[in-house]
Design a protein around this ligand. Structure first.
Ligand SMILES: *Cc1c(COP(=O)(O)O)cnc(C)c1O
Length: 414
């Protein structure tokens, strides 16, 4: 066979205006690229991991000792969190979009007995798992949560905090309260909310496990570290059941971060090979988050999201999301059904917006780490260009007026 050696791969810079990954800060890229070659037991790498763990506790708002990063992306952290779910465990999983749907699949795979898994290996339907489906475009609300937990009294109850598939936020206060009331243990996919919304996980005592990702609100690179945090109750449950994973074991994976036998150690011990580059990048992303402050950052997301939303509504689009980092919408009636075409036209020009990944097809525009008037003006004008090419009427003067009013007012208020 002939061996093909391809030309060197070059990947262009794009405007990453989707649900994630976000636009990586220069400081994070520099930290990644300028780390020295050092092995995973080098003192500065181990110290960096301990510092990351401490910064992460501050960002997540927790005293949980078991708070650290899982190498990989969001699904890596989620896999660690869901590893406490064992075959036969009772689980209620709330699903209102693509990602909570995949969380549901993860839970079904882990809760399935050997027979249930063999019966449908890629899509098991264990009797012990109840999937509560909430329609696309709607949030998971207190009444739905309480009713399901009252009826099923499960060991575990899980949902996404912010469902990035449809851009809907779900009520974690209600999940926490219902878990306490019905003696369930809550597990939350906080992949899209951590680093965007200002919340402290210790304010939700019914939720025992949390998992997030590097490249959305935390603004680090994918394949660095997915933040996770587990309460003592979660760890006790896991100690009692065990789990069938070495590398993604919630207790063992914590060792390299200096969490050993439930206590902080001065430095970590070997679990697997960590990357000095990834540690340096993650460390810098956490520093940036703490320097900006979650309160200021979440306020900024609220402000810029409302400007983008107003501009899209001026173009006649119907916004159905309520997240502050992502706007999900339908085109005006006459252009319904042409969402994918518009998204593909934008993507072809390195303006990286997204469609929804499950039906119905909607457009998603995200603003992760794009928090400035310049960025929002660019996103709106690029989108308006593409919309006009599709034949949509766009009133540029009205758009300019809306953005000027929005941005002018705050400058005046400052
Ligand atoms: C992005 C996302 C995931 C998956 O994260 P990856 O980093 O792609 O592995 C899971 N859940 C939610 C809510 C997400 O937004």
């Amino acid at each position: 066979m002939d061996t093909v050696i391809y030309p060197k791969l070059t990947i262009p810079a794009t405007i990453a205006a989707g649900p994630g990954p976000g636009n990586t800060d220069e400081r994070v890229l520099n930290a990644f690229a300028s780390a020295g070659v050092a092995d995973h037991m080098h003192p500065d790498v181990l110290r960096g991991m301990v510092e990351c763990k401490e910064m992460l506790r501050a960002i997540m708002g927790t005293k949980n000792t078991y708070t650290y990063g899982v190498a990989g992306t969001g699904w890596s952290g989620l896999d660690v969190m869901f590893n406490a779910v064992m075959p036969g465990d009772t689980v209620v999983m709330f699903v209102n979009g693509t990602f909570s749907g995949l969380d549901g699949l993860t839970v079904r795979m882990k809760a399935a007995t050997a027979e249930e898994l063999a019966a449908a290996p890629l899509d098991p339907q264990p009797a012990s798992v109840t999937i509560v489906n909430v329609p696309h475009g709607e949030s998971v609300t207190a009444d739905v949560i309480d009713a399901a937990l009252a009826e099923h009294k499960p060991k575990w109850a899980a949902m996404a905090h912010w469902e990035t598939g449809s851009g809907r936020t779900n009520d974690i206060a209600a999940l926490s309260a219902a878990c306490e009331k019905h003696r369930a243990m809550g597990l939350v996919d906080a992949v899209s909310s951590l680093g965007v919304e200002d919340f402290a996980i210790d304010d939700y005592p019914g939720i025992v496990g949390w998992a997030s990702c590097p490249q959305k609100g935390i603004c680090c690179l994918p394949l660095t570290y997915a933040p996770v945090s587990f309460s003592d109750r979660y760890i006790e449950a896991l100690k009692a059941s065990g789990t069938r994973s070495f590398v993604h074991h919630p207790i063992l994976e914590a060792r390299h971060w200096g969490i050993i036998d439930g206590k902080d150690a001065e430095k970590g011990t070997y679990h697997r090979t960590h990357s000095a580059y990834a540690v340096a990048a993650f460390h810098e992303a956490l520093r940036i988050t703490l320097q900006e402050g979650l309160a200021a950052r979440s306020e900024s997301y609220r402000f810029y999201e409302s400007a983008l939303r107003a501009a899209l509504e001026e173009m006649g689009c119907e916004v159905t999301s309520n997240m502050t980092s992502l706007v999900v919408f339908n085109l005006p009636g006459a252009f319904a059904g042409r969402e994918m075409e518009l998204v593909q036209a934008c993507r072809a020009e390195n303006f990286g917006i997204w469609p929804t990944l499950s039906e119905p097809v909607q457009i998603r525009i995200g603003i992760l780490n794009l928090l400035s008037t310049d960025h929002i003006n660019t996103i709106v004008s690029r989108f308006a260009d593409a919309a006009e090419k599709l034949g949509m009427p766009v009133d540029r003067a009205a758009l300019d007026a809306i953005l000027a009013k929005h941005f002018g007012e705050t400058i005046a208020a400052e």
